[in-house]
Design a protein around this ligand. Sequence first.
Ligand code: NAD
Length: 380
Amino acid sequence: SAPETIEFDRAREEVDELRVRLAEYAEAYYERDTQLVTDAVYDAAMSRLRALEDAHPQLRSQDSPTETVGGGVSSLFDPVVHAERMLSLDNVFSVDELREWMLRTREATGGSPHWLTELKIDGLAISLRYEHGILVSAATRGDGRTGEDVTENIGTITDIPQRFIGEVDEFPALVEVRGEIFIPVEAFSRLNELQLDLRDRTVEEARERWAARPAASRGPFDEAEARKRAERRFPAFANPRNAASGGLRQQLDKKEGLEREAGAARLSALRLYVHGIGAWPDPPVATQSEVYTLLAAWGLPTSPHVRVFEDADGVAGYVERHGAERAEIEHQIDGIVVKVDELAMHDELGANSRAPRWAIAYKYPPEEVQTKLLDIRVGV
Ligand code: NAD
């Protein structure tokens, strides 16, 4: 057959293979709170798939991971339909690409947007539905349309107000507050220390049970075996993101004893920073930064790391400088998010199938993220 056909057939095979592989990675990541590969490997597979789909548009598909919001809805939780879809973010991997994006976006608005920069918190997204200032439900992102109901678990997260502070008649009838649930780096180290402690206690309990048996019917105490079992029960958490996701998505009421203690500690380590809104008919403000000010006044936790810039040079300078300051930030980050500040421009720019056109994630080079992860592990 013709060379183009061979090339197309090869591309199709690779596309199929990549989609299967990415689905496996996503299932582990979103549903089991673990990861089979590093984020860099995942991102590279996604880029390759996107390149193949661009080169062969016939291979595009609405349910390709390049077109969908990653994450399923586990049957362990009730489904919650988001009033407005929860989206992902498109990525750029260099400051040049970021500048191109800002130029394109500015042209598309026909105006001169202000740029809001935020840290990209490596946690998991949550949607909090408030009606007349009262929290009615909390849900994970899921597939973007339907998330998992985690209302019960967030009751103990002190960052999440059950009701707004202020005058009830000022509260909207409905607002979906969007944010990131995360575990601060320091709390993460403490959680891993607790896991070690729980292992020791498990071994001690096994020894006591052994000692309570009649001397005649017991062999020598197998400490190595007891320790291995303890490690399986209380493994070290690989990173704060997976620990946060597993913490939020656990079923604490089914746990007992030491497992319950570990689960409760994990839940109480969870923090929230607000980073957006979903449904909110007619917000009384014109910019995203003012949204944050308003939400903060109502008692929601907003990030102290948000900045507003007048122009692209300011943003590029901030992104370049920021690498150096990263060590001092209280949570793990995997990049910087740049958003158009004006809400009217959000409506104008809209969204593609999986991400808004008014925001972009600048992702740090993988080796830097890796170093950061290693630092954290060594700190354990
Ligand atoms: P994403 O994490 O790249 O970006 C979207 C998310 O960023 C939002 O849903 C939100 O939760 C979060 N976010 C954090 N700070 C934010 C801020 N200030 N403003 C707005 N949003 C903010 O996209 P994704 O679709 O959630 O996941 C894809 C990424 O997840 C991959 O690039 C990879 O890094 C990782 N992943 C890894 C594996 C793996 O196996 N290692 C598998 C799946 C996904």
